[in-house]
Design a protein around this ligand. Structure first.
Ligand code: ADP
Length: 608
């Protein structure tokens, strides 16, 4: 095993000891009882045979048999108990692993969420943890520990008797036989280890080839079963093509599984052949010792059975050591993902709690480029604004509007310059407190299949009057009044069969209501009316002042007519603010705003 592979194995061990100490202990106890169990009968039977041979009375024999039976019974009971507790938790800990990865995803720097490399790593780690990486690793570790218990017990049985080899020729013969036996054990171990490494290498290749196929199959299957996608597929007659594609993937996966089975049988054949050969040699060795009169009849049974156990343990040991290589490969993506470090500096200054809600924001010579990108998306931007202002940000697609918001919310840190809130660099604020300043409705918001109330309050502790007020302000008051289940109405049918399917526009209003409910000093809306019809759009604008009250509202839109109600409009072009002013001022000026306005005017004739 390479140094790097050992590193990943150590990582898994540390991870298990940190998160699942109890399970590790169960694994150790399971290995101990499983390893010990066959030796109770082996040694017991040896003693019993010797007693019979030496003419012991019935009472003694009965006692002996009872000890064996009870010992085996209790040891087996314990083993089953540990096995049950170990396997019962497999599913639970697999879910635990998935939760840890999700927690990691949600707690890491935002930029990782938009980083393709990190997302690939994450999905690869998820697919490798399909059976639970830690559970799988512990299972192989249990095989190794069980083998070690067998080694130790066999040694304990054998070593004391090895010294009674007699004199002269007989002694030399026994030594040669022992040497032969040791060489054979080494050869069995090495042969099995190599066979298992080759097997794992080939299986990994197949696994990696299948990995992407599983993702594609899931994606296609989701499309075929999704209510929304079904409509598109049906209208465009794409369902048959997709179904065929799934069929092809299933066939390839089946072929991969067959190749895997063939490889498994080959590896098993090597395993069985080496076991058979070693058993033959063991019986030969023990018979010779008995023939030379060095061991009793009881010991013949003990040695032969113990050696067979040892060979079995050796087989398992070599195969499991090979599997450790596979585990190292599986752990790699998981370890790399979980080990991603925060790149952002995290400050500790609490955000000033202002009763007057006055916050002053300034961008000072801010430039920004996305990680891994060569070009600046924001260029030397300097501007300031105050709470209570309603500011619109307009500009063509790709001009940097959303990026400006991401910088303000500190989803990304600036590449150059500084952003200050109330005169303090935003990097110095406590990030959790700072993020509480903003309620954002992103273009690609998500509404979940929970109840309406839970969606708005983002938790199951809903403050009902506030939720109702937010929904009314966002223009859903009437709709709410018409819902028999009120705030308990489930959104969509995925979670609850009584759920209601809301329109895209209604969901957008819910996202707006959620932002209002958060009651943060800054309300940011990124194209909040894109899914609304003109009437609903008007409704939102009309209520906008009431909605945001004395908060700072930042409003991004490419529909210029939507922004007329804002006192302050920033016009973005290629990462710079090229114009700033009210609608009337900007319309009166030569420049991009007028150009955009004239281009869009046909849609808003009679409006302005
Ligand atoms: P707007 O909101 O004005 O449409 P954006 O701020 O979303 O523009 O994007 C500005 C530029 O930054 C675009 O060229 C876009 O392709 C690029 N961009 C946006 N997000 C990323 C990202 N995560 N990684 C790299 N480039 C990005």
């Amino acid at each position: 095993m390479s140094k790097q592979e050992w590193g990943y194995i150590r990582f898994l061990l540390r991870d298990i000891l940190k998160r699942e100490k109890g399970r590790f202990a169960t694994m150790a106890l399971l290995s101990l009882t499983e390893g010990l169990l066959p030796y109770i009968s082996i040694v017991g039977m040896g003693v019993l045979l010797d007693e019979v041979y030496n003419g012991a009375d019935g009472k003694k024999l009965l006692g002996c048999a009872l000890v064996i039976l009870l010992g085996t019974f209790f040891c087996r009971l314990l083993m089953e108990r540990f096995l049950e507790s170990f396997s019962q938790k497999l599913d639970y800990t697999k879910d635990l692993e998935a939760r840890e990865m999700n927690r990691k995803s949600l707690s890491m720097d935002y930029e990782y969420l938009e980083d393709d490399h990190v997302q690939d790593l994450r999905s690869s780690a998820f697919s490798k943890s399909f059976f639970g990486i830690r559970g799988w690793f512990l299972w192989h570790l249990h095989d190794i520990c069980k083998s070690i218990v067998s080694f130790i017990l066999t040694l304990c049985i054998f070593v004391p008797t090895l010294f009674g080899t007699g004199e002269g020729l007989r002694a030399r013969n026994i030594l040669w036989l022992m040497l032969g036996l040791c060489l054979m054990l080494g050869a069995v171990f090495w042969g099995n280890y190599q066979a298992s490494i080759r097997y794992i290498r080939k299986v990994n290749k197949i696994f990696n080839a299948s990995d992407g196929l599983y993702t594609r199959k899931k994606y296609f299957a989701d499309l075929l079963s999704g209510a929304d996608s079904q409509k598109d597929l049906k209208i465009n007659s794409q369902q048959n093509a997709l179904d065929e594609e799934i069929g092809k993937i299933c066939r390839t996966l089946r072929e991969n599984q067959s190749s895997e089975s063939r490889l498994f049988i080959k590896r098993k054949a090597v395993n069985i052949a080496s076991s058979q050969l070693s058993c033959f040699l063991i019986y030969l060795f023990v018979s010779l010792r008995a023939f030379m009169g060095l061991i009793s009849i009881g010991n013949v049974v003990v040695y032969a059975a113990a050696m067979v156990q040892l060979m079995d343990a050796l087989n398992h040991f070599s195969v499991s050591i090979g599997h450790m290589k596979q585990m190292a490969m599986f752990a790699k993506d998981y370890a790399d993902f979980m080990g991603l470090e925060k790149r952002k500096y995290t400050g500790t200054i609490p955000v000033e709690k202002r009763r007057d809600n006055r916050f002053q924001v300034s961008f000072e010579h801010v430039s920004f480029r996305y990680p891994g990108s060569a070009e600046n998306v924001i260029n030397d931007l300097t501007l300031s604004f105050e709470i209570g202002e309603k500011m619109a940000i307009v500009g063509k697609n790709g001009s940097g509007k959303s990026t400006f918001i991401k910088l303000l919310c500190r989803l990304y840190d600036v590449t150059e310059g500084v952003i200050k809130v109330n005169g303090i660099d935003i990097r110095k604020y406590d990030p959790a407190e700072y993020s509480r300043l903003f309620a954002v409705v992103f273009q690609d918001f998500s509404i979940f299949a929970f109840s309406l109330g839970e969606n708005i309050a983002s938790s199951d502790k809903t403050e009902e009057p506030l939720v109702r007020d937010s929904l009314t302000k966002a223009g859903l008051g009437e709709r709410l009044a018409g819902l028999p289940q009120g705030l308990d109405t489930y959104v969509g049918k995925e979670y609850h069969s009584d759920g209601i399917t809301f329109s895209g526009g209604e969901k957008q209003k819910m996202a707006i209501a959620r932002a209002i409910y958060k009651n943060a000093p800054f309300v940011i809306m990124d194209e909040p009316t894109a899914a609304l019809d003109p009437l609903a759009e008007c409704e939102v604008y009309a209520g906008f002042d009431k909605m945001v009250g004395n908060k700072t509202a930042l409003y991004i839109s490419h529909r210029l007519a939507s922004c007329r109600f804002c006192e302050d409009i920033l016009v973005f072009d290629r990462g710079r603010v090229v114009q700033r002013g009210s609608h009337e001022e900007l319309k009166a000026q030569e420049g991009l705003y007028r150009e955009l306005w004239n281009a869009q005017a046909q849609y808003y004739e009679g409006e302005g």
